[in-house]
Design a protein around this ligand. Sequence first.
Ligand code: EPU
Length: 419
Amino acid sequence: MDKIVISGGKKLNGEVEISGSKNAILPLMAASLLASGDFTINGVPQLRDLKTMANMLRIIGAEVVVENEKMKINTKNCNCFKAPYELVKTMRASIYVLGPLVARFGEAEVSLPGGCAWGPRPVDFHIQGIKKLGAEVELENGYIIAKAKKLIGTRINFDIPSVGATCNLLMAATLAKGTTVIENAAMEPDVTALVEFLLKMGAKIDGIGTTKLEIEGVDELKPTEVNAIPDRIEAGTFLVAGAITGGKITLKNCEISHIEAIIEKLKEVGCEFTFGKNEVTLIAPEKIRAVDVKTTVFPGFPTDMQAQWIALMSVANGTSSITDTIYKDRFTHVPELCRLGAEIKLNDNTAIVHGVQKLKGASVMSTDLRASASLILAGLVAEGRTDVLRVYHIDRGYEKIEKKFEKLGASIWREEGGL
Ligand code: EPU
């Protein structure tokens, strides 16, 4: 298994190009199942999760080819409506095929994802929603088996906004008979990007970018071409890298309106910013101020930046508290950061971080995607050598992260071997 090795202490300086957003591309790929023909998604990075979704579409019968960041999907010959456990267990977002398959083909058999490294991540909203749209659903041998001759428009009101369930049911509703209203819908940019894609396919949707989406079902959708939106979490991760190393970093190809909450918090920390068209430059202060964070739904501070923020606060001047209100058990990076010398106490879903003068390199274990990013950030500033093991997690969502950091002046490389 590969590991990433960092010799910490270098200030990062320079420009970095932000890649297309994994979490936005995944639902677009699933949405291609809603129509027959040739789709193109531009700006697709090489990520393990996107390869997993491509394999999922291939099992269903689609052709998927990626060349020079251009993903071509042909959905003419889809004839297998099953998402097998072997794939779903490696990527929960596989459940995105449920809505489109039932909507277009009247049937789907999708494995339940099972557990997650950081606590329960239920899919009950997806199941209840597809039932409300008129599908008959049974749970058998670990699979969701859903059938519907034709989905029927309905009213769905989420207890809490869910990105995944909003996307899944939105896709399903585009081909349903009549009107569907989704209330308390997620407003994350990934959802908005999906709405835009579906509109291009000929769907009828009102309320884009709001918590109430109204979808009038149509008989048929058509294939289309789209550019992926930039990855706001990759952007946030590189901004934190600039801040934690005391550097100056310019992000190219980023959408400022998607990362405002992160920028505001970094300003409180002491960072200065200048803005250009689709780019932003961060200038780090001499010393990081401790700043509290509470994760919330968009446009609030994202849960996917919680781990990286804890890494930053580990070397801040003072004590901060970081609360995750979205995923209350998402703290597997905390004991690993403590191995690097961080002083962090966990109190339910709040981490209390006492900033220390310095971190010291050690071997640490990645446990999930954002935890890995947090450990790399800490390694960039830790004294000596840090080995981040099980780095396959990082390859799920960050394209060639070590190459991008190296270009910014970090001493970082990938090695084979390790646990
Ligand atoms: N929830 C339920 N029932 C459901 C679905 C969600 O109770 O059926 C709860 C969750 O337990 C959570 C909250 O609703 O407390 C929000 O979860 P959401 O459904 O929005 O999460 P998701 O769609 O499964 C996506 C991203 C995650 C990101 C979350 C929150 C993708 C593929 N994943 O997950 O990204 O953390 O939204 O923004 O888009 C990551 O990239 O590292 C990652 C985990």
